[in-house]
Design a protein around this ligand. Structure first.
Ligand code: ADP
Ligand code: MG
Length: 816
């Protein structure tokens, strides 16, 4: 394949530099381009590229204005990039990967043939399996993982000074000659001391507790030193600075922007930095570019290899920022494409059963409700009923604050499914909540008619439809024969509405005619779980409900596959929950307040501290807290304990007792926070409130204030940091869920915010959600690309498709 693009590229770059004056080649660019086109045409076999090629050549450069010329040059360069990515020319046009992986030692070179980016890191010289295990703790397993193992931050050692310019107390960097070096004793510690200097003066350096450096330094060696300049006996001295010898190779630890990596036990900064420098030098060039060049140019993005290498060892602040933008773009772009693809295939390849409820049914149902629907509820119900009437499966995200009345909306949709002869499933994040939904939906249906059957996990009600509506709850507690029986009734179509947790979409549950799925509390349900349904061959309408107010841009990015409805109005008469952040010294007055409320006939929640490790540890902590509270603080009151390790039966028992007012204070782990509805509860006390996100605190707070009585939320924090204080101030003053969510996002990444790790959504390491401009740009580009080439089937998009599959961990030819 004899097309060599180098001259063409050179000419075009020159033309760009000269401001599109058409003076780059003698006789004008038209002639040059025509010649090039004539030579190349025969080699372009791909019909799409050929079409593009012809279009490009149909323009006369000399006749274009400056703006058009710029566009034309960009287009040709983009075309050249694309044509180079064609498999047939790959070996010629691009250097072979083996060449791109320079390995210093011949011994390692012998095995490069077998090493790829996806090889385990033990393939790298100097990484033993025990070292690899430590990296494993940081979720770094392959060479590619290492490339994407970004530093937390950089130390700015980039300003090299002379000895005479050094300022005491600052972090400084110098290049200096070693004049003297010796081992010294500082008390009992063996240390290294050196005198170094340049033409402007000398300075002392001490490495405390480290006699080994003596052997590495010798007189007249040139080294770079970066670190704090202290003072000792009136003279300046570098105290245990980073250093490296100047001859070695490019600077790694000194004299530049120096990366600071996250560590774990047994990993050391200097060691990790050395490893990373080697890996970046040898491997970053092997990362294949996957962004289409058109997008890269339009958005002025750094190339991938360059970006990865600059993210670790940047030349300067500017390249570091450019690298971050490129890598953040990738993350959001791939996220967005994956999400769009899901929407596309969800809606294109599948057809759902149209569901509808006739006017008399709706009227009867709305009349039976013990309240009048709010305007927002009505509007959202209209959206949903319009969606499910279609054969395109609905995928809608319903956002509404805690207490905004999402349940009634969901039940309306479920009724439409049942009225149309289909089943509806309602999935809750925990079994407690499933139980609560079961109870409250049963109550609503009973309002509208009459109970026919009332078995423990299965009720049926007449009144709304010509036949009774059967509703069942399927949870982990139901075992053996009983479970089989219930499952059989679901398969046989005897059950209309099935309520459970995500266990409902696990393998052993089959439906008869599943028409609609309602998913409560989206952030606990992942994208993967939604597609699990489809993999069972089911394409129901899906309604996802969340009480987490998600800022719109973010919602569109993370859940771009969903249409968005918002209940932005609370039912009338809802009270504001009075929130107070108590200083540690006010703990007792907090307890006294609880006691007073209980004396007035109210009930209270106490939420135990959030402990990261495990549910088991949380449970243990909650048990200890419960014992302390019931023995030391409230020995005269009735306390109950709720945690995630209890059996559902025990949990139910506790909830029942609390609901029936047999218990005054419910002590609970954060695991069981969501959705619990106890109107008589009027106080919530939250321990270690500084450990929770604002949105989460807001959710907790929504557990009270569901009845008539003025309700309160008390926050305790033992040693809040400055930042935590600010946040506690905010939650005390605002009850606007959206604002709280925005605040959360500013402080925590979106990944943390949504727990993307668990939800099957790719990790976001570089993207910041506060970067709205980038988010919007990414979304525009993704939509445009997707409209041009849904499924990314075009040849030029192959690398992108491959990357997308890798990131989303999907297999096969199709994206999802
Ligand atoms: P969400 O699930 O959105 O947090 P729920 O559906 O549980 O809220 O409703 C909270 C409470 O408000 C329930 O007790 C419910 O009966 C009541 N409710 C729902 N809609 C209305 C309304 N339009 N007017 C008055 N109360 C309502
Ligand atoms: Mg709810």
């Amino acid at each position: 394949m004899p097309i060599d693009f180098t001259p063409l590229r050179k000419i075009l770059k020159l033309e760009q530099e000269k401001g599109y004056s058409n003076g780059t080649v003698f006789g004008g660019l038209d002639k040059f381009l025509a010649k090039w086109a004539a030579q190349s045409e025969q080699y372009i076999t791909n019909p799409v590229l050929l079409r593009r090629f012809k279009k490009l050549n149909s323009l006369d450069y000399s006749l274009l204005d400056k703006k058009q010329r710029r566009k034309q040059v960009e287009n040709i360069l983009a075309f050249v990039d694309d044509i180079e990515q064609q498999p047939i020319q790959k070996s010629k046009a691009r250097p072979a990967p083996a060449k791109k992986a320079p390995v210093r030692k011949p011994k390692a070179a012998a095995i490069t043939g077998d090493i790829s980016l996806d090889s385990p890191i033990t393939a790298i010289k100097g990484i033993s399996s025990s070292l690899a295990a430590r990296f494993g703790k940081l979720d770094v397993h392959t060479i590619r993982d290492l490339l994407y193992f970004f530093p937390n931050r950089h130390l700015d050692y980039s300003q090299l000074k002379t000895v005479s310019e050094l300022t005491q107390g600052n972090e400084e960097s110098i290049v200096a000659n070693v004049w003297q070096v010796r081992e010294t004793r500082m008390g009992a510690r063996r240390s290294t001391e050196a005198i170094v200097g340049d033409e402007t003066g000398n300075v002392r350096v001490v490495w405390f507790n480290n006699p080994y450096i003596v052997k590495q330094l010798s007189t007249n060696k040139k080294i770079v030193i970066s670190g704090r300049l202290g003072i000792f006996k009136g003279l300046p001295v570098f105290e245990s600075p980073e250093w490296e010898s100047l001859e070695d190779r490019e600077l790694t630890h000194t004299g530049r922007l120096v990366p600071v990596y996250p560590l774990t036990r047994g990993l050391y900064q200097r060691q990790v930095r050395n490893i990373m420098k080697g890996v970046i030098d040898s491997w970053s060039a092997s990362l294949g570019e996957f962004l289409p060049s058109g997008i890269r140019q339009k958005c002025k993005l750094t190339g991938l290899s360059q970006a990865v290498s600059q993210a670790h060892f940047p030349d300067d602040e500017e390249s570091k920022n450019k690298a971050r933008v490129r890598l953040a773009f990738d993350e959001l772009f791939l996220l967005q494409l994956g999400v769009l693809d899901r929407k596309y295939s969800f809606q294109q390849d599948q057809s759902a059963s149209p569901l509808s409820a006739d006017a008399p049914l709706l009227e009867k149902w709305f009349d039976s409700l013990p309240f009048t629907l709010t305007g927002a509820q009505n509007r959202v119900i209209k959206d949903i009923l319009a969606d499910i009437r279609k054969t395109t499966p609905m995928s809608r995200l319903l956002q509404g604050e805690v207490g905004s009345g999402k349940t009634a909306v969901a039940v309306t949709a479920l009724l439409a499914a049942v009225a149309s002869g289909y089943q509806g499933a309602f999935m809750a994040p925990t079994e407690i909540l499933a139980g609560q939904h079961f109870a409250s939906i049963c109550r609503l249906l009973e309002n509208a008619g009459q109970a026919e059957v009332k078995e423990e996990y299965l009720h049926s009600y007449s009144g709304l439809l010509p036949r009774p509506i059967t509703i069942a709850m399927l949870i982990g507690d139901i075992k053996g024969k009983k479970k089989k029986e219930l499952q059989q009734r679901i398969v046989d179509g005897e059950v209309d509405i099935i309520i459970g947790t995500h266990a409902l979409i696990q393998k052993d549950v089959s439906f008869n005619r599943l028409g609609l799925v309602v998913v409560d509390e989206q952030h606990r349900f992942g994208v993967t779980q939604r597609s699990a349904l489809r993999q069972k061959g089911l394409s129901p309408h899906v309604l996802v409900m969340t009480a987490t107010p998600i800022p719109r841009t973010l919602a569109l990015t993370l859940y771009g596959d969903l249409d968005l409805s918002v209940i932005d109005e609370l039912p009338p008469g809802r009270q504001t929950i009075k929130t107070k952040w108590l200083k540690p010294t006010q703990r007792n007055s907090g307890y006294a307040f609880l006691r007073k409320q209980v004396a007035e006939g109210r009930q209270a929640f106490i939420i135990c501290p959030l402990i990261e490790e495990s549910e088991a540890i949380q449970a243990r902590a909650a048990i200890a807290e419960f014992e302390h509270l019931s023995q030391q603080i409230f020995p005269d009151l009735k306390l109950e304990l709720l945690h995630g390790r209890m059996s559902s039966k025990d949990k139910d028992g506790v909830m029942k007792s609390f609901r029936q007012r047999n218990c005054d204070i419910l002590v609970s782990t954060p695991v069981v926070e969501v959705g619990i509805d106890i109107p008589n509860a009027s106080v919530m006390l939250i321990e270690s409130a500084d450990r929770f996100g604002l949105s989460q605190l807001h959710q907790f707070r929504g557990r009270v204030g569901r009845g008539e009585e003025q309700s309160y939320c008390l926050l305790l924090a033992e040693h809040p940091s400055g930042l935590a204080r600010q946040r506690l101030d905010i939650i005390e003053k605002t009850d606007d869920g959206f604002m709280l969510a925005e605040e959360d996002l500013k402080l925590r990444g979106p990944g943390e915010f949504f727990g993307t790790r668990q939800s099957g959504v790719p990790d976001l390491k570089m993207a910041r959600i506060s970067d709205i401009g980038l988010l919007e740009r990414v979304r525009r580009e993704a939509i445009e690309l997707f409209e041009e080439d849904p499924g990314l089937k075009k040849t030029g998009h192959k690398p992108l498709l491959k990357e997308l599959r890798r990131i989303w961990k999907t297999e096969g030819d199709e994206l999802s």
